[in-house]
Structure formats: structure tokens, C-alpha cells
Design a protein around this ligand. Structure first.
Ligand SMILES: Cc1cc2nc3c(=O)[nH]c(=O)nc-3n(C[C@H](O)[C@H](O)[C@H](O)COP(=O)(O)OP(=O)(O)OC[C@H]3O[C@@H](n4cnc5c(N)ncnc54)[C@H](O)[C@@H]3O)c2cc1C
Length: 469
């Protein structure tokens, strides 16, 4: 090991919570070291999360749409859905991932004051870390550090949870075949996305959820509509279940569970535990500092500073919400703060997110339930996508839009949409909520025809002319 090197900012973790912050700091001339212990820059989002799951969804949704070509006046030689070449799907995933990781590395390497180090970083004191590389170690002193080591999948303390063939979400991404049957333990965003992906690829899918309903924090009406869709597509969903054991061999498993006091079981070739994630503090050396944490995440103040002054934390490491764009917004806020600028810290009530279900479920701001629990007097303007021109033309002529607004000043505080294409509606939704747009403003904005975004104006306009407003 050579002597101690010094940097202005040490960033630990090259995912969405770390890399954009490191780039922003280096762009402003700070000496930054960005340490990443994984396969490249991109984090869980690139290698095991957002991007690979959406690559799979793209294939699965296209397969589904092709099998409905007849609805669009396209005669097919056979009514059968196309055969899945899973090796080609996985090869496509690898190609996109490595191109994106390479692009991120090239952007970072173009910064003269940023050094990217592929190794494992461990704090050895409040202003010092040890970076372990494959063949050497480097001792690094820093003025500030940003911890962005993300999260890891929850393992359930269940008999059989470690059997071969019982996977977590990261192993499910790597799977080498489309299983005939798949049991997913967990009905949150990852569980529901994976359920529909594999069902559209031809698997028989069962979802087992411990809570009363799937997608708990999501708008309850839309989650209910999506549940109907899952049932119509043959996905079995059991809620309120307590899993008691997983048994079986590599390629045939039985999942035993209790529901309403009765013992039940289902069988599946592959079982995946997709029951949430927890912050990744293992091996980070927090014990050498005053940084405090628990199972929910590292404790931070309103500037995202930990209990150790000068050490900040961002992204999944801080706990929920766990989204890539949220992690990036936090990282950039910390970077701006360290550069002495006004930092705009992300606030949960302005967040937006998409569950890439089929159809997509987009959400921005508060649900009516959350708004009421905060003491707001709110109403909901609804719009049924069955009436929508764009939805009728495309494949998504079902679903619902729900706009949550305050009754006293008509300010929009939440927009939730279940429709194929909802993902790309959420930009306008997030902007409307962030800037305090009212129903009359949303109604008078001129939305192009025929597009899904018209639904915002139509829903707002209808609510304004109804007796209740
Ligand atoms: C299946 C799945 C689908 C998802 N889909 C979406 C989606 O569609 N949209 C969305 O917004 N979010 C999605 N997410 C969540 C998203 O991936 C995370 O919220 C996001 O990656 C968090 O970013 P982060 O930078 O905090 O952590 P991470 O992306 O986990 O990055 C942390 C990095 O730190 C590195 N690291 C850890 N410890 C050390 C150490 N000691 N030294 C050096 N490096 C270290 C890790 O190797 C990793 O690269 C999904 C997640 C999963 C699992």
C-alpha cells in the first residue's frame, strides 16, 4: 500500500445515487474519487434493476401485442404468440447494459478531476477510507464523502429460502430459461412487474403477498383495476398469506402458506423472493465513524448529512422511496450543497414513479388516501381511458386516470394513471405537481390531439364543470 492520497470528495457507489453527484462535483473542479465495487458504473438500476427488467418487459409486451395483431387488421399465418428465444433476449440485455456502462465510464473518464476506481471502499475513520483493489490497497483522505452503496434484496427467514432454484430478483434477471411455472413471493412493484413479464412470456405465474393487497402504497383504485387485469391474464394472486416453508428440488418446488387460518400450497418450477430490499451497509466501515443506521437505512438530516459531519448519504442506502431518479435527485442536491449553491432537496410529496406493469401504472404526488391522512380536504377527478381516442387507436383502451386536487384552491396534489403509455405521462404530471398547477390551469393547457396527455385536460375540465366544484 502506498501513502495516503487526498481528495475533496470521496463517492462510494457508482449507481444513480453516486455517479451523477460525482460528475457534477468534478464538472465544478472538485477533486473526486468515485469507487465502485461491482461490474461497472450504473449500480443496481443498470445491472439488476430498472434497465434489465424493462428490457424483458419490452420483449414480453411485444410478444403479447403481436399475438393480438388481428385486432389491428393484420392477418397472421398462425394465431400463436411468437416463440421466445430467451438466449437472444439475454444477449440483447448484455449488449445494452455493457454499452450503457461503457458510455458512463467514458463520460466520467473525460473529467480531469474525477478518478473512477473499481474496488471496494471501507471507511476507516471520519475522514479516511481504505479502497481495496484486486492487487493493492489505497488509503484515501477526504474532506467530504457521499455514501451511495444502495440496497440488497431481503432474504426471508423461512425454511427452504436458501434452496437451489429459490432466487432473489437479481438472480431472476440472470435466469437462463423461461420457467413453465413461477411463484413470486412479494406483490410489490418488482413482484408485479416480474409476474406480468413472465406471464406474457408464457409462464404460469402465482403471486403470494403478505399484505391485504398488492402494491400497498399505490392508489388503491388503480391497484384494484390492475389486479383484475392480472386475474384476466391468468395470474393467480393470493394476498394476506403467511409463507411457512419452501420445499423441493432444483427444478420443482412447493411453497406452503397459510391464508385465513387454512394451510395451502402451490407448486412451481422456480420460486423468486421479491419481498423488498434493505440498505447495503455491509463492509462499509460505518463503525469507524459516527454514522448511525438501522434496518430502514442510514440516518440523515434535511441536507442528507449523516450523524458524522461531512459524510452524506443518498439513494437506497437512506431507505424508502427506493427509485433511481430519487437517488439521483438526492445525489445532485448534495453536490449542489457542497458546491455552495442553493440545493433543491427532493420531497416525497413531489416524487413521481412508474410501475412497469401491463398496462403501466404511473404516479406523481399524493394519493387521495395519503392527502387525507395529511389533513387535506381533497377530491378526485377521474377519466376513463375507454373514452380516450389515443387509447382506442393503440392497444391500451382500458384503464383510469385519477387527479387528486384540494377542494379549497383546486391545486393538483396527485396524478395517477393506469394505461399503457402512463410512464411518459408522468413528466407532465410531476411538473404540474411541483409547480403547484391548479385544475383550471390543467384544463386550459392546450394538449395535442390525439394523445394520452389530453386526458389531463379532459379530466380537469370535466371536474370543473361538474356540480361538485
Ligand atoms: C428488479 C428491479 C427493478 C427496478 N426498477 C426500477 C425502475 O423501473 N425505476 C426506478 O426508478 N427504480 C427501479 N428500481 C430501483 C433502483 O434500481 C434503485 O432505487 C437504484 O438503483 C438506487 O440507486 P443507488 O445509487 O442508491 O444504489 P445502487 O444502484 O444499488 O448502487 C449502489 C452501488 O454501490 C456499489 N457498492 C456497494 N458497496 C460498495 C462499497 N463498499 N464500495 C464500492 N462500491 C460499493 C454497488 O456495487 C452498486 O453499484 C428497481 C430495482 C430492482 C431490484
Amino acid at each position: 500500500m502506498s501513502g495516503r492520497e487526498n481528495v475533496d470528495v470521496l463517492v462510494i457507489g457508482g449507481g444513480p445515487g453516486g455517479t451523477p453527484a460525482a460528475l457534477a462535483l468534478a464538472r465544478a473542479g472538485k477533486r473526486v474519487m468515485l469507487v465502485e465495487s461491482g461490474r461497472g458504473l450504473g449500480g443496481t438500476c443498470l445491472f439488476e434493476g430498472c434497465i434489465p427488467s424493462k428490457i424483458f418487459r419490452e420483449t414480453a409486451a411485444r410478444r403479447r401485442e403481436i399475438s393480438r395483431a388481428g385486432d389491428f387488421g393484420l392477418r397472421m399465418a398462425s394465431r400463436e404468440a411468437p416463440e421466445v428465444d430467451w438466449a437472444a433476449v439475454q444477449a440483447r440485455r448484455h449488449k445494452i447494459l455493457s454499452a450503457r456502462a461503457q458510455g458512463a465510464l467514458m463520460r466520467a473518464q473525460a473529467m480531469p478531476t474525477l478518478e473512477v476506481v473499481f474496488g471496494h471502499a471501507r471507511l476507516t475513520g471520519p475522514r479516511e477510507a481504505l479502497v481495496e483493489l484486486s492487487d493493492t490497497q489505497r488509503r484515501v483522505g477526504f474532506s467530504h464523502a457521499i455514501l451511495a452503496t444502495g440496497s440488497v434484496p431481503n432474504r426471508l427467514p423461512l425454511p427452504g429460502a436458501s434452496l437451489p432454484g429459490v432466487l432473489d430478483s437479481e438472480q431472476l434477471i440472470e435466469i437462463g430459461f423461461v420457467p413453465d411455472s413461477l411463484a413470486l413471493i412479494g406483490g410489490g412493484p418488482i413482484g408485479i412487474e416480474m409476474a406480468q413479464i413472465f406471464a406474457m412470456l408464457g409462464s404460469r405465474v402465482t403471486v403470494l403477498e403478505a399484505q391485504e393487497r398488492i402494491l400497498t402504497p399505490v392508489d388503491a383504485v388503480l391497484a384494484g383495476r390492475l389486479l383484475e387485469r392480472l386475474a384476466a391474464d391468468g395470474i393467480a394472486v393470493h394476498t394476506n398469506v403467511g409463507i411457512t416453508a419452501i420445499e423441493g428440488t432444483m427444478d420443482q418446488h412447493t411453497v406452503r402458506f397459510e391464508k385465513e387460518g387454512e394451510a395451502n400450497e402451490i407448486t412451481a418450477d422456480v420460486v423468486a423472493i421479491v419481498a423488498g430490499r434493505h440498505p447495503n451497509v455491509a463492509g462499509l466501515g460505518l463503525e469507524a465513524t459516527a454514522v448511525a443506521y438501522d434496518r430502514n437505512g442510514v440516518r440523515v438530516d434535511e441536507t442528507l448529512q449523516t450523524d458524522e459531519s461531512g459524510i452524506y448519504a443518498t439513494g437506497d442506502l437512506v431507505g424508502h422511496p427506493m427509485f433511481a431518479h430519487w437517488a439521483t435527485a438526492q445525489g445532485l442536491a448534495v453536490a449542489r450543497y457542497l458546491l455552495g449553491h442553493q440545493a433543491d432537496y427532493p420531497e416525497p410529496r413531489f416524487n413521481s414513479a412508474v410501475i412497469f406493469s401491463y398496462p403501466e401504472l404511473g404516479m406523481a404526488g399524493l394519493t387521495d388516501e395519503a392527502a387525507r391522512s395529511e389533513g387535506m380536504d381533497v377530491d378526485v377527478a377521474e377519466y376513463d381511458y375507454r373514452e380516450d381516442a389515443r387509447a382506442q387507436i393503440g392497444a391500451g383502451a382500458s384503464g383510469l386516470l385519477r387527479i387528486v386536487y384540494r377542494r379549497n384552491d383546486l391545486r393538483v396534489v396527485g396524478i395517477h394513471a393506469l394505461v399503457e403509455g402512463a410512464a411518459d405521462l408522468m413528466g407532465e404530471a410531476a411538473l404540474a405537481i411541483r409547480t403547484g398547477v391548479t385544475l383550471p390551469q390543467l384544463a386550459s393547457a392546450i394538449h395535442p390531439h390525439p394523445t394520452l396527455t389530453e386526458s389531463f385536460g379532459l379530466a380537469a375540465g370535466a371536474a370543473l364543470t361538474s356540480e361538485s366544484v
